[in-house]
Design a protein around this ligand. Structure first.
Ligand SMILES: Nc1nc2c(ncn2[C@@H]2O[C@H](COP(=O)(O)OP(=O)(O)O)[C@@H](O)[C@H]2O)c(=O)[nH]1
Ligand SMILES: [Mg+2]
Length: 311
């Protein structure tokens, strides 16, 4: 199956929705106020949260305008509205017009930054690109080692300094090396931080300035890694962080296991930042470019027959 792990990871989200929806849609009901209310409750209490309510509001408007009159038309309507919310989300990376493309990876501690970097490097390498890593999480001794281990396994270069070194100095070295080695991609790891940690956020700004001294149009991507198991919390985190860190794309890690997939819609709705990649495990190949259709179809099922129009 093409999206086996993601599909599996969204099991909780899907099954919770499916039980409510199949009950609602299975009963030969007509489309009326009571139906809409029940639908809203099902969607809201799934991890779609407020997005669930908004989609039902849109449905109510369409129903009043007589654009949607029968319950049979509702699945396709919901699917289309959820898909519309994910417009522009795809697993594509901006590229430098020439020279190395610099990707800065940010997020809170434990969200999955370092692992996602390894996976992304693996993906890029498998596409024939040369990749260099910069060990910018100099905060914890284990962090540099963790990235170095991945670099070793991948057979790619890593620029590192001792624990406690200035991350901006590492970034400077890494950019010099990326330029002289003429690599296609430089991926910079950073220490975990919260948007409230002023000194650490300033440090991030300094890293960016140092990078720009050598590669003026860099970083070409600032990817924020979010822990997919945190659901609606991830939305708040993304919003607060993005405002100060110039985030250009999101990696949703840990979408295997107990992911709360519905939060993706809320993230997209409250931020104009696209979800670009999905992490579905701890292995190197467990990173998938985000694709809206399979994602929506893995969440939204209506029991008998589905909203999906794709095979
Ligand atoms: N199941 C699962 N675990 C992940 C995924 N991404 C990261 N992890 C795990 O989450 C933990 C923290 O990851 P790490 O990359 O060190 O986070 P960082 O502190 O942001 O750099 C590690 O145990 C990873 O193996 C994922 O997509 N799925
Ligand atoms: Mg890390």
């Amino acid at each position: 199956m093409v999206f086996g792990k993601l599909f599996q990871g969204l099991k909780k989200t899907r099954e919770k929705l499916a039980s409510g929806l199949s009950r609602l849609f299975g009963g030969g009901r007509k489309l009326d106020r009571a139906f809409l209310d029940e639908l809203e409750e099902i969607l809201y209490t799934s991890d779609l949260g407020p997005t669930g309510s908004k989609v039902v509001e849109e449905l109510e408007q369409a129903w009043k305008r007589r654009e949607v009159e029968a319950t049979e038309d509702v699945p396709a309507f919901l699917r289309a509205r959820l898909l519309a919310r994910l417009d522009g989300c795809e697993g594509k990376l901006a590229r430098a017009p020439s020279g190395p493309t610099v990707i800065l990876v940010v997020g809170v501690n434990g969200s999955g930054k370092t692992t996602s970097i390894a996976k992304l490097a693996h993906h890029l390498k498998s596409q024939g690109h040369s990749v260099l890593l910069g060990a910018g999480d100099t905060f914890r001794a284990a962090a540099v080692e963790q990235l170095a281990l991945w670099a070793d396994r991948l057979g790619i270069g890593i620029i590192r300094q001792a624990t406690g070194a200035d991350p901006a100095a590492v970034a400077f070295d890494a950019c010099s090396a990326a330029l002289s080695r003429k690599v296609d991609f430089l991926i910079l790891d950073t220490a975990g931080r919260l948007h409230t940690q002023r000194n650490l956020m300033d440090e991030l700004g300094k890293v960016v300035r140092v990078v720009q001294k050598q590669i003026p149009d860099a970083p070409h991507e600032v990817l924020q890694v979010l822990d997919g198991t945190t659901g609606q919390n991830a939305i708040r985190q993304a919003k607060e962080f993005a405002a100060v860190a110039g985030v250009t794309g999101l990696i949703l890690a840990k979408m295997d296991g107990t992911a709360k997939g519905g939060a993706v819609f809320g993230i997209r709705e409250s931020l104009s930042i696209p979800v670009k990649w999905i992490g579905v495990g701890e292995g190197l190949s467990d990173l998938e470019p985000f694709r809206a259709e399979p994602f929506v179809d893995a969440i939204l099922t209506f029991g008998e027959g589905s909203a999906s129009t794709s095979a």
